[in-house]
Write a protein that binds this ligand. Structure first.
Ligand SMILES: *[C@@H]1O[C@H](CO)[C@@H](O)[C@H](O)[C@H]1NC(C)=O
Ligand SMILES: *[C@@H]1O[C@H](CO)[C@@H](O)[C@H](O)[C@H]1NC(C)=O
Ligand SMILES: *[C@@H]1O[C@H](CO)[C@@H](O)[C@H](O)[C@H]1NC(C)=O
Ligand SMILES: *[C@@H]1O[C@H](CO)[C@@H](O)[C@H](O)[C@H]1NC(C)=O
Ligand SMILES: *[C@@H]1O[C@H](CO)[C@@H](O)[C@H](O)[C@H]1NC(C)=O
Length: 444
């Protein structure tokens, strides 16, 4: 079961008719009772290395995470992505580690990573082969989950490639990434004839069954391994993912380009209702440090991912990362918002900006976002245009705030801006102004 179900099963007062089903989950109740409540923070090998991985890359990432202060800031997962096993098939029914790449096995790496105070993630796929063509777990969930547990794995990224024909869904869900969409990211049968009928329960789909099989297999292990669904926003995972894993990818793969960043922000802006404690839309591995994103674009990317309460998995060669980007990843206000243990909701758009409200548009998505937190309201103003624009955050437009003066702090500089009746600033091309709006000021 998912961590939240485990938590429930552990407390008899909230046992329901599901008690019988959940009772198998007892074994994996963790003493902390919190793993998976807020978005995961860590590092993943894919965006930096793709299949070109070996143990030394994970150890060097782990060492920099510790020495650069990223662990102290909360980044505690080191996650192996695709390509860690022998490609040519199972050995005695098990996925076999490629010992050229991992001479001490995954268990050996897990021990070293754990000794540094970090957790280890691994990767598989709910299909007949992984996306890169390695052995995958559909039909082998129990065997693989037991191996991951034996090795000391803490996290499983579970991908969605190579789904055999008898496991295909009956219908297509409205996934804005794949299907041409109308207002608010909606779809119609005119564009997608096999669209699921209104009210169709996607938790009964073959996709849900494939991912739940791994959830159930992990629940049988005597080690807690959180499940992260890499399901690309298909099969309406937004409606059932919360019962299956701690997070689910809401789009196809990110690339280190501005267009990809705005594409994901646009799609996710319409899916914020499915984000809360124990369940998060995964906007994909960070591209901070990669490709040709400018400093402004990189700030926007990180700020929005944090504000949308996406898992924040660093995806670059940390040894090459600039001090500026390390400081960005450690921004204490954005991390505090992302990891808030009192407020589970993400920031949401309160105004679009370039386009009319609720316009579904990949290049110019919603620009004005806000959300409450323990430290006040986080307010973001993104500039999707190619030139500097003066923008104003008006308190009366922001849910939870009202006209008057508030204590305002700049999230980038950590400087107090004093008591303001609104916040006006010039925002450079593709940059984002981010402020924390605290208490109302007295005596004004
Ligand atoms: C194991 O990894 C090595 C080094 O990357 C690679 O050359 C080899 O093809 C891999 N073996 C299999 C069976 O995947
Ligand atoms: C989009 O959704 C919002 C919120 O539910 C609603 O207010 C708005 O009217 C919708 N717009 C269109 C064009 O359907
Ligand atoms: C996900 O499930 C948890 C635990 O049941 C619940 O607290 C949370 O509100 C759910 N998230 C959403 C977005 O419904
Ligand atoms: C960044 O890369 C993308 C794709 O590789 C390209 O389309 C874009 O023009 C590049 N931008 C800059 C500023 O170089
Ligand atoms: C997105 O919005 C911009 C700005 O309004 C507009 O120029 C562009 O045509 C829109 N794109 C699409 C695909 O509608």
């Amino acid at each position: 079961m998912t961590p939240h179900s485990i938590d429930r099963a552990a407390r008899p007062s909230v046992w329901s008719g599901l008690a019988l089903l959940l009772s198998t989950a007892h074994a994996i109740v963790m003493p902390d009772g919190v793993t998976g409540k807020v978005p995961s923070l860590g590092w993943n090998s894919w965006n930096a290395y793709h299949c070109d991985i070996d143990e030394s890359k994970f150890l060097s990432a782990a060492e920099v995470i510790v020495s650069s202060g990223l662990l102290d800031a909360g980044y505690n997962y080191v996650n192996i992505d695709d390509c860690w096993s022998m490609k040519d098939g199972r050995v005695d029914g098990h996925i076999a580690v490629n010992t050229t790449r991992f001479p001490d096995g995954i268990d050996g790496l897990a021990k070293k990573v754990h000794d540094l105070g970090l957790k280890l993630g691994i990767y598989s796929t709910a299909g007949t082969a992984t996306c890169a063509g390695y052995p995958a777990s559909l039909g082998y969930e129990d065997v693989d989950a037991a191996d991951f547990a034996d090795w000391g794995v803490d996290y499983l990224k579970y991908d969605n490639c190579n789904v055999p024909s008898d496991w295909q869904d009956e219908y297509v869900a409205c996934a804005p990434d794949a299907v041409q969409t109308g207002p608010n990211g909606t779809c119609s049968t005119a564009l997608e004839p096999n669209l699921a009928p209104p009210g169709y329960d996607w938790s009964t789909s073959k996709s849900a069954e494939r991912f739940n099989a791994m959830r159930n297999a992990l629940a049988k292990q005597s080690r807690e391994i959180v499940l992260s669904l890499c399901i690309w926003g298909v099969a309406d995972v937004f409606s059932w993912g919360n019962e299956t894993g701690i997070s689910w990818r809401m789009s196809g793969d990110i690339s280190p380009e501005w267009g990809s960043v705005t594409h994901i922000i646009n799609m996710n802006s319409f899916k914020m209702n499915s984000v809360g404690f124990w369940g998060h839309n995964d906007a994909d591995i960070l591209e901070v440090g990669n490709g040709n994103l400018t400093a402004a674009e990189t700030r926007t990317h990180f700020a929005l991912w944090a504000a949308m309460k996406s898992p924040l998995l660093i995806g670059t060669d940390l040894a090459q990362l600039s001090q500026e980007n390390i400081e960005l990843l450690k921004n204490k206000h954005l991390l505090a918002f992302n990891q808030d243990s009192v407020y589970g909701q993400p920031a949401t758009p309160y105004k679009w900006g370039v386009n009319p409200d609720w316009t579904f548009n990949y290049t110019n998505p919603a620009e004005y976002w806000a959300g409450p937190s323990s430290k006040g309201h986080l307010v973001l103003m993104m500039n999707t245009l190619d030139h500097t624009v003066r923008k104003e955050a008006k308190w009366s437009e922001i849910p939870g705030l009202s006209a008057g003066r508030y204590e305002v702090r700049d999230v980038w500089t950590d400087k107090s801006l004093g008591c303001l009746s609104s916040y006006k600033t010039a925002v450079a091309a593709h940059d984002t102004a981010v402020i924390l709006v605290g208490k109302k000021c007295r005596n004004w």
